[in-house]
Design a protein around this ligand. Sequence first.
Ligand code: NAP
Length: 318
Amino acid sequence: MSQPHRTGPLRLALVGMGKIAHDQHVPAIAGNADIQLAATVSREGKGVAGVPHFRDIADLIASGIAIDAVSLCTPPQVRRAIAAQAIAQGWHVFLEKPPGATLAEVAQLQGAAAAAGISLFAGWHSRYAAGVEPARAFLAEAAIRSVTVTWREDIRVWHPGQAWILQAGGFGVFDPGINALSIVTRILPRPFFIADAELDFPENCDAPIAARITFGDDHGLRIAADLDFRQEGPQSWDIAVETDAGTLMLHDGGGRLVMPDGTEPTPVDALHGEYAGLYDRFVAVIRAGKSDVDIAPLRHVADAFLRGRRMIVAPFVE
Ligand code: NAP
């Protein structure tokens, strides 16, 4: 069933009240006049003062309160089942990245959303970083020789207590690494594919803690990605694109762009700007009566698991 058109802000329920829900979704929603936070849903997590809170989506549905849309901020392993229940209610759905734990479940959600006449949105937040669209515009006209992705962060600093990340379906180092892939698939003008991959699995974990991947295409392009969750000291979320005009650099997860001539055309932006952009896009997608689900970053991660060599490394203990 699709929602009848109504005026006024979208009444949105936020599901999975963990780090990203509180750090980014709550402030971005508060700053968007087209959206009203109507409910929060979480088994243990804290809600938001003055907003009705429910333990799970079944309780939210049973409450009968009016909802137009949900944002799903749970780990990927449990997201599909919640999305399916929301779609069955005729609610529009914003899927945090990654949009699912598998490709097939995302395809199933796309079909269900189309059949229900609701909007499904896969939110790739890093694509909304300030440097990404200007980089894409420059690279559309450039001769690109190679790309180097260095995505090295400390899991203990950024993901404390998030056991799900190193469990099956949690993506391991591809939880941050897929953000780099979401940028690279956006800024490069042509598709590419994995040539070689090596994935390091701690002997006590079901997901990789580091990965080295090489991608190529039919035009001699080489993309090397170095992803590591064990980085102590300085952290790196960098993409270097070598072109015939020099090297374009995206630093800070796409927030800072340095052009080949050394100029910096966009102001340095914080992650907060990414989520404002995501919610503007979600509203626009709903108003246009469309969906926006690009699976390209998830497909590369799936291919790394399909194509990569599995190396067993030292156990990881948080
Ligand atoms: P998190 O802090 O662990 O929060 C996830 C929340 O989901 C938990 O608070 C938990 O709340 C709920 N949940 C429901 N079922 C769960 C289950 N089976 N296992 C664990 N938690 C469950 O994780 P997060 O960092 O917010 O990340 C959530 C999603 O957002 C991930 O897909 C991640 O890739 C994405 N994301 C994270 C960041 C970041 O910087 N952290 C940035 C962008 C996107 P209850 O226990 O109360 O239900």
